[in-house]
Design a protein around this ligand. Sequence first.
Ligand code: BES
Ligand code: MN
Ligand code: ZN
Length: 494
Amino acid sequence: MDVTAEPLASSDAALLAVAAFAGEGDQAPPVLAGAAAQLGEALGVDLTAELSAVGFRAGPGELARVPTRGAVAAATVVVVGLGPVERAGTDQLRRAAAAVAGAAERIESLATDLPGAVTDADAGDAVAAVVEGLLLGSYRFSAYRSAPAAHQLESVTLQVADVEAARTAVHEAEAVAGATRFARDLVNTPPQDKRPPALADRVAEAFAGTDVRVRILDEQALVEGGYGGILGVGRGSSEPPRLVELTYEPDGAERSVALVGKGITFDTGGISLKPSESMETMKMDMAGAATVAAVVRAAAELRLPVKVTGLLALAENMPSGTATRVSDVLTMKGGTTVEVINTDAEGRLVLGDALVHASELQPDAIVDVATLTGAAVVALGERIGVLMASDDTLAERLLDASAHSGEPFWRLPLANEQYGERLEGAIADLRNSGSRSAGTIFAGLFLHRFVGEGIPWAHLDIAGVAWTDEASGYHTKGATGVPVRTLLRWLRAG
Ligand code: BES
Ligand code: MN
Ligand code: ZN
């Protein structure tokens, strides 16, 4: 992606894109944003009148096409809506950019002034939002199509005021969006091609040539290390589990964080078998691990001054003659024993081990990411994720990063006072599942038992937000890549 200070009218791109805000009131004409009016003059048309005439209201992501009749190199100008000016921020820019990417699907070159359209957004944030919207909105997962329909957009030029600053913002946003697309690719991959050993290898390959250290703990190393949770969940599968440790440790790192991802490559529920409709999307049950791998990759690419350890707890949850039974007791890493009341509550078992491993590294903070509970989807749906935390400052920083990323999260209480006793096992230390109510909180409380004393910890339950059945804005159908951008923003904020 390129940047320029030259006016759009002198661009040789095949498509030009400008923006407009919705006018006040139902019948009000749209209000041109950025350089739209200037471009209209160059075309010799009254853009506002043209747009009103075709009923364009500049709603969020709404598009109108205006022919240029030879006045500029491009045959068409698309005008994209940003909605009402008072609500237009960086997420509206992302969505508008995604709509423009859709309009440019069969076009090779595009020039747009979108980064300057919302004047009260930080200039760097605005550039990043447009880059993200374009790259995430044009994402297609076509690896399994016999005739891949590739996006043809090859060159994009952003018209900006400060070219130097924009160049840096573009470069960084490309790394962030690239990481998000990487996470989407892993999650969209069918489960037969990402069974734990294969997924571990694929992640390792993705770090070839970087200075991230990759260590893969195979089944033997897991036995030696006492990872009873990961082994217990993986037992039913013909492919053994793995724990992948990714370490990015730059010289002079100012702080260290550990990121832990749930990596169930397919969740059948195990012996507590899921009904088949509930299984349809369960290849996405490794979205936490995909997120962590993607974040570590971008952290290294961006040379962030933070030590980041990523832990991917990979297992396939299958029913079989070797599978963990209901009421079996597992001994987790560190010695805690757990009664498996429900083999479908497997995420917390693999994460427990990984959280103990993370705690041994003594990081300044631990964040885990997991498609953990159906109850999180019931509570907040597909567009808002759940955050739980042992530390208010960490929670607030993550929520702030999430709000700026257009990836909303809402905090639920770590209600040990109220529900802690539900964790008690009948014959072991803990049970892995409780009553029907407060299922998300129960799972969070369970995880907290495996976090080292005094280490600030946050848990992101992404069961609802990691996947979408319908495309919307810059979220294409299938994997969303949430919360890759939130975590990167949090890491970058220092
Ligand atoms: N992977 C599921 C949670 C999930 C559900 C993710 C829907 C995405 C969409 C998890 O392993 C699970 O099965 N959780 C159970 C826990 C229960 C048995 C205590 C659930 O939420 O039903
Ligand atoms: Mn499950
Ligand atoms: Zn699961």
